[in-house]
Design a protein around this ligand. Structure first.
Ligand code: 8OZ
Length: 366
């Protein structure tokens, strides 16, 4: 390792300058206050981690229909926008940059979270073999209903409005959640999408909703402030696709035409092996002219070597940021990383959220 590891050098993301190439990946923590408003603790939590080159705030529902877990924040009401403003101000005061991840869970939800106990929505009425966290317990998701084709413009519009709200809340940009088996990924993959209309069947049709959402968001807030997360081969939340390389080569070609600022790629199985299915991530990298953010199982050594090899521009770390608010400094000094406490991952208050110490107690943060 040389002293001038480029991981820790400033770089550009569109017109933004980031202080380094380490990104905090979006992490669901289920600590929103009443009305799905981010709490004051969230402002403290994110500002403690502001030395990351870029923070991507946790998956945030664009509508009540888009919610799938208890106490996740929203970005569709004025109190939610005002709550997020405290977060973005706190991060910007520390010199950080922050995007918001926009989320519709699709079928990964439960009737108890939906308006009037309605069924969750999906491309097709196929129940996920997965659990959600509702009423303080992990329980099976509900049976979904298939969306009517005339409901899809409303979902595109919810993403558009959420992006506009995020900018009003002071975010530097948004990341569309196109990964991990949620609504847009359910449309992409043919294990969950058996529609026979313009949104099902061919590679092009299955990509249509994701591309319409991306075009709408980019039109609303600017392509330079629009990123997207994809997980081509992750089986998260029970999705599967028969043709991932052709599907995602096509999607990334189209995203490149939209000139959005980044693609954030979960390489392999989410929070699992990087090589679960053969897939050429270099093909996505090569097809996309703007920033490529790599995620999944990176450590200092792998990020350093992949950067040197030109395989990615930025590297997103997820779980390591939970117990290491000063992750960038720890990586830079090759320090030992703290382990998170799984008991405080989802829900609760400050414990396991804002009380993980920095390595140096001389820091101004503590
Ligand atoms: C863990 C628990 C709940 C949601 C994802 C938003 O996988 C999530 C998530 C992760 O993208």
């Amino acid at each position: 390792m040389t002293d001038t590891n480029a991981l820790f050098e400033p770089c550009n993301l569109g017109s933004l300058t980031l202080s380094n190439r380490i990104v905090m990946a979006p992490l669901t923590r289920n600590r929103a206050a009443s009305g799905f408003v981010p709490s004051d603790l969230a402002a403290e939590y994110y500002s403690q981690r502001a030395s990351a080159g870029l923070l991507i705030a946790e998956a945030t529902q664009i509508s009540q229909q888009g919610q799938g877990y208890q106490d996740t924040p929203g970005i569709y009401s004025q109190p939610q926008i005002d709550g997020w403003r405290k977060v973005t101000d706190a991060v910007h005061n520390k010199g950080g940059r922050i995007f918001l991840q926009l989320w519709h869970v699709g079928r990964v939800s439960h009737v108890d979270l939906q308006e009037n106990g309605a069924a969750p929505v999906a491309p097709s009425a196929i129940r996920a073999d997965t659990k959600t966290f509702v009423n303080n317990a992990f329980i099976d998701v509900s049976e979904p209903r298939a969306l009517e084709i005339d409901e899809l413009p409303g979902i595109v519009n919810d993403f558009r409005k959420a992006a506009s709200n995020a900018i009003e809340a002071g975010f530097d940009g948004v990341e569309i959640h196109g990964a991990n088996g949620y609504l847009l990924d359910q449309f992409i993959k043919d294990g969950t999408n058996i529609r026979t209309d313009a949104y099902g069947g061919s590679v092009e049709n299955r990509a249509r909703l994701l591309l319409e959402v991306t075009a709408a968001v980019a039109e609303e807030i600017g392509a330079e402030r629009t990123g997207i997360r994809l997980s081509p081969v992750s089986p998260a939340n029970g999705v599967s696709g028969s043709d991932p390389q052709a599907q995602f080569d096509y999607i990334v070609d189209q995203l490149n035409l939209l000139n959005i600022v980044y693609i954030h790629v979960v390489e392999g199985a989410t929070a699992g092996p990087r090589d679960n299915v053969p897939f050429d991530f270099g093909s996505l990298r090569q097809r996309f002219s703007n920033t490529y953010i790599a995620n999944n199982g990176y450590d200092l050594e792998l990020a350093t070597s992949q950067l040197a090899a030109g395989k990615a521009d930025l590297f997103a770390f997820g779980r390591p940021f939970i117990a290491n608010p000063d992750l960038v400094e720890r990586l830079k000094s090759n320090a030992t990383l703290a382990e998170l406490d799984p008991a405080t991952l989802y829900g609760g208050g400050a414990a396991g959220y804002t009380d993980y110490p920095r390595l140096s107690s001389t820091s101004s943060d503590r």
